[in-house]
Design a protein around this ligand. Structure first.
Ligand code: C2O
Ligand code: CU
Ligand code: CU
Length: 476
């Protein structure tokens, strides 16, 4: 293992991030990783996934003796893991029981019709219900997620606990079942001495809220066991509001998939960057006995003002690899699936990201803008044609990174440009969120197949809320 300054070598006793600004709660570490609760399918018919999700107040004991009020889907955070298969029809009834607030469920990254996608224009009032229904087309297998998207309240509802993973399985999976399939949802918790989650501050609004503890499935540095020589499949979800996770594992990692499913072929990686809302599928080879940790490295995402939290040296997960070797470990196939390359765009568009800060009578006013404008729910920013490939050029002229996300489809990054240097991504992949670093331009190809209004925005949720969002109206 290489020398990372400040890295936690053993897993349990490293840097203690638990002392937050209030010098508060200590979270237990090293407990066995709990399975995420699963959303049970109530349909008795094959090909249908039917269930109910309620957004409600609940309490969680993150730290000894402290009850923390949260918002949870069916009372848990992260919400229940939803697992369906491509070809399925999904009918999920959403009950909003959040005190005094509207909400929605947005199916992040999924190919659902615009009117089923939980847009801010389709609020579900507190005390009411609505059913979302959509089909999962062939070829849509991937690692998606769900979270609220109400106007002006998304950031808070998410950091208070509303987010969950939605895995769509392929009909035939090329990855050996013996590797398992473990979903790891990263969230970011800030806990005050009294066990509550403090409201966002001005610094949070500027940078996006970064907490004091990165949790995995709601636990701090939980533990897993694996036999020596085995391989495991992990789906990593960055469900934090604003934390960039540059990660490495003390065991060889191979990337096999991104937001929208498997790559064409596996690709080895020493480290990965998971910006807010991104997902990756990994195979980890536990090739020597002893503890192997998943840990963070430093990442300079551009920080405004004082109090940049340290990024490096957090241990997120510890896998205890036994001395006893695994029995027989099937090999990872070297071809996973073909990906049809998008090409020949009919239109090209530019999206320029800027930040503005102004002092006036009301104090500091911040704007996070796309093409000079802040989001307006009643304005259509661009009009596109269903089925047509477009080239989108996303230009970050701001002082911090902004992860760019588009609803309703998956795109392919074709090029990055920085200081006049153009580079191509290492592999072809389906993605719905891509980091656009400070001073960087990202070019991507996308096609919207279903008509209706779709959002595109920065997935630092505080920025989305402060205006860094637009609407593309897709016409049939
Ligand atoms: Cu995660 Cu507008 O979405
Ligand atoms: Cu989305
Ligand atoms: Cu942003």
């Amino acid at each position: 293992m290489d020398d990372m300054p400040g890295m936690d070598m053993g897993g349990h006793a490293g840097h203690d991030m638990s002392a937050g600004p209030q010098g508060a709660a200590v979270l237990p570490e090293g407990e066995a990783l709990r399975d995420l609760p699963r959303l049970a399918n109530e349909a008795g018919t094959p090909g249908l996934f039917k269930a109910k999700l309620t957004a409600e107040s609940a309490t969680v004991r993150f730290a000894e003796g402290l009850d923390t009020p949260i918002l949870g889907y069916n009372g848990t955070s992260p919400g229940p893991l939803i697992e369906a298969t491509e070809g399925d029809r999904v009918e999920i009834t959403f009950a909003n029981r959040i005190p005094e607030e509207t909400s929605t469920i947005h199916w992040h990254g999924m190919p659902v019709p615009a009117d089923q996608d939980g847009n801010p224009m389709d609020p579900v009032a507190t005390g009411t219900e609505r059913t979302y229904s959509f089909e999962l087309p062939e070829g849509s297998a991937g690692s998606y997620w769900y979270h609220p998207h109400p106007h002006g309240k998304t950031a808070e509802q998410v950091y208070r606990g509303l987010a969950g993973a939605f895995v769509v399985k392929p009909k035939a999976d090329p990855i050996p079942a013996a590797y398992g399939d473990t979903v790891l949802v990263f969230t970011d918790l800030r806990l005050a001495a009294d066990g509550t989650m403090p409201d966002n501050t001005m610094v949070d609004l500027m940078n996006g809220r970064v907490g004091d503890h990165v949790l995995v499935n709601g636990q701090k540095n939980p533990r897993l066991a694996a036999p020596f020589g085995t391989k495991r499949r992990f789906r990593l979800y960055n469900a934090t509001n604003a934390r960039f996770l540059r990660l490495s594992f003390e065991a060889p990692m191979t990337v096999i998939g991104t937001d929208g499913g498997l790559l064409e072929a596996p690709i080895a990686a020493d480290e990965i960057l998971l910006s807010p809302a991104e997902r990756l599928e990994l195979i980890v080879s536990f090739d020597k006995p002893g503890p192997a940790t998943l840990y963070t490295l430093d990442y300079d995402r551009g920080w405004m003002g004082a109090g940049r939290p340290p990024d490096a040296g957090l241990t997120l997960l510890t896998v205890n690899v036994s001395e006893t070797p695994a029995e027989s470990v099937p090999p990872l196939p070297d071809k996973l699936r073909p990906i049809a390359q998008l090409s020949a765009p009919a239109v090209s568009r530019r999206f320029v990201f800027t930040e503005t800060m102004a002092m006036n009578a009301n104090g500091m006013e911040m704007g996070f803008l796309i093409n000079g404008a802040a989001f307006d729910m009643n304005r259509v920013d661009i009009v596109a044609k269903a089925g047509e490939v477009e080239l989108w050029e996303v230009i970050n002229k701001a002082d911090m990174d902004h992860p760019f996300h588009v609803h309703g489809t998956q795109f392919q990054v074709v090029e990055n440009e920085r200081d006049g240097q153009v580079s191509k991504p290492a592999y072809l992949a389906w993605k719905d969120t891509v980091n656009v670093a400070r001073g960087e331009t990202v070019r991507l190809l996308l096609r919207q197949d279903r008509p209706g209004p779709r959002m595109y925005h920065c997935h630092i949720l505080e920025h989305e809320q402060l205006g860094m969002m637009g609407i593309v109206d897709v016409q049939a």
